[in-house]
Design a protein. Structure first.
Length: 133
């Protein structure tokens, strides 16, 4: 009898839509243990992929939010391809969400895949291994 209100309740907030075109695109274009650096963390996790905010950042960086933010900032503010690739390789990042400020390092997005996220925004992920070869 005590559980009845809980059992009859409806969720007030949607965690994330799954499966969705976005999660399907991630699954279709990446390997299961790939590490992503992007904004749509819930959907990346629901697609079964790892985000840079977790253990992939390393045992010391995974809990240090400011250190991770500094690493992410340095990657996105890279001015040359060598530094960009070195940083992504150092931290084990396989896919990074493309941002317009990366144009000096990455003039085109040919080594990528694009999907529409839950906010109806087009998101492009760059395959770091293909780009950095």
């Amino acid at each position: 009898i005590e559980n009845m209100p809980f059992l009859n309740s409806k969720p007030t907030e949607l965690f994330a839509e799954y499966p969705s075109n976005f999660t399907n695109a991630i699954q279709a274009n990446s390997m299961p243990k790939s590490v992503f650096l992007g904004n749509d963390l819930r959907e990346i996790h629901l697609a079964g992929r790892i985000t840079f905010t977790g253990d992939s950042a390393g045992p010391n960086n995974s809990l240090d939010k400011q250190k991770r933010a500094d690493i992410i900032s340095s990657i996105y503010s890279s001015t040359d391809k060598y530094f960009f690739c070195d940083q992504n390789k150092k931290y084990g990042i396989d896919y990074i969400q493309y941002a317009p400020r990366m144009i000096s390092v990455m003039p085109n997005t040919e080594n990528s895949f694009t999907a529409i996220n839950g906010s109806s925004q087009q998101v492009t992920f760059i395959d770091i291994k293909k780009f950095c070869n």
